[in-house]
Design a protein around this ligand. Structure first.
Ligand SMILES: C[S@@+](CC[C@H](N)C(=O)[O-])C[C@H]1O[C@@H](n2cnc3c(N)ncnc32)[C@H](O)[C@@H]1O
Length: 299
């Protein structure tokens, strides 16, 4: 049967695609793939591709997507359907007030870690003797860069240090510092825990160490178990090995008032009293889920 001209056009050239429809369609594909918070991720994919704030998507649901933008959205969606985290796909993440470049050599900074920064800020603001701050195991630099940015105006004389054993993580942290124009505010050193700081003491140490137990690792969501660096996650048999190491070595690197702000995993707060250290546990802070997440120690 001979096809009409209109029918031929319909088959070969799909109509323009609009923001509202694509937003819903991608949300539903991500949901089917088991992605957590699919609508939010769909918003992020579209807003990043269009370089507009997510809220604007809802103000312009009829906006037509140009072919190149539609292709970018599809390519990111395809990658995300493999469960690769969006931060690794688009190469960025947001943490408190800063945007960070992210790659698979570093852990994607978590909202819980924003609480660690909040606690560190409280200490710095209430203890005027705090002048030197070390971020041990800095990864992308999220913690130290947030502190440096948020204290830039109020405490310009603070000295910031950061270290990581991963050379790739450290070079990304340095790059992030430069992008945020904080490159000359932070001294970055490579090495195993306190090894890059022989005999050096700090008033405040902040640390989000790897704290997942070897047993738990394979059971985590694919975004984490398949894609995030094991070096950033694996806390040994019980998940506590590196926490123990930091607690054992930190006292030699603290100067009064001497505080250590440490992120810990679910169920680890109860185990802290069994860990050998001369530091005193001063306070535990719960995260949004009511889990003891931040442990503050003092000399
Ligand atoms: C949980 S991630 C924290 C990253 C970043 N501070 C954050 O909160 O997003 C742990 C970091 O510990 C680093 N790390 C692992 N073993 C280490 C070691 N022996 N010495 C120093 N850093 C280490 C990893 O490279 C990783 O960047």
């Amino acid at each position: 049967m001979k096809k009409s001209r209109g029918a031929v056009l319909k088959e070969t050239k799909p109509g323009p695609e609009r923001v509202g429809k694509v937003l819903r369609e991608i949300g539903s594909r991500l949901q089917t793939a088991g992605v957590d918070r699919p609508q939010l991720e769909s918003e992020l994919i579209l807003s990043q591709a269009l370089s507009i704030p997510a809220a604007q998507l809802y103000l312009e649901p009829e906006r037509i997507l140009e072919n190149s933008i539609r292709a970018q959205i599809e390519s990111w969606t395809q990658e995300r359907l493999t469960r690769k985290p969006l931060a690794y796909i688009i190469g960025k993440a947001w943490f408190r007030e800063i945007e960070l470049e992210i790659n698979p050599a570093v852990l994607i900074p978590r909202p819980e870690t924003e609480l660690l920064v909040e606690q560190a800020l409280r200490i710095i603001q209430s203890e005027t003797a705090v002048k030197t701050i070390l971020d041990l195991a800095t990864g992308s630099g999220a913690i130290i860069l947030s502190l440096a940015r948020e204290l830039e105006k109020s405490n310009p004389d603070l000295q910031f240090f950061a270290s990581d054993i991963s050379g790739r993580a450290l070079s990304l942290a340095r790059k992030n510092a430069q992008r945020l124009r904080l490159g000359d505010r932070i001294q970055f050193r490579a090495g195993d825990w306190f090894q890059p700081f022989p005999g050096q003491k700090f008033h405040l140490i902040v640390c989000n160490p790897p704290y997942i137990s070897e047993e738990e690792l394979p059971g985590l969501m694919p975004e984490v178990s398949r894609y995030e660096p094991k070096l950033a996650l694996n806390g040994g048999k019980q998940g506590l090995e590196l926490i123990q190491k930091v607690l054992a070595e930190a006292p030699d690197h603290l100067d009064r008032p001497g505080r250590l702000v440490l992120e810990i995993g679910m169920g680890q707060a109860e185990k802290l009293p069994e860990i050998k250290t001369s530091l005193k546990l001063q306070k535990l802070v719960k995260d949004f889920a009511g889990i003891d997440r931040i442990a503050i120690f003092r000399l």
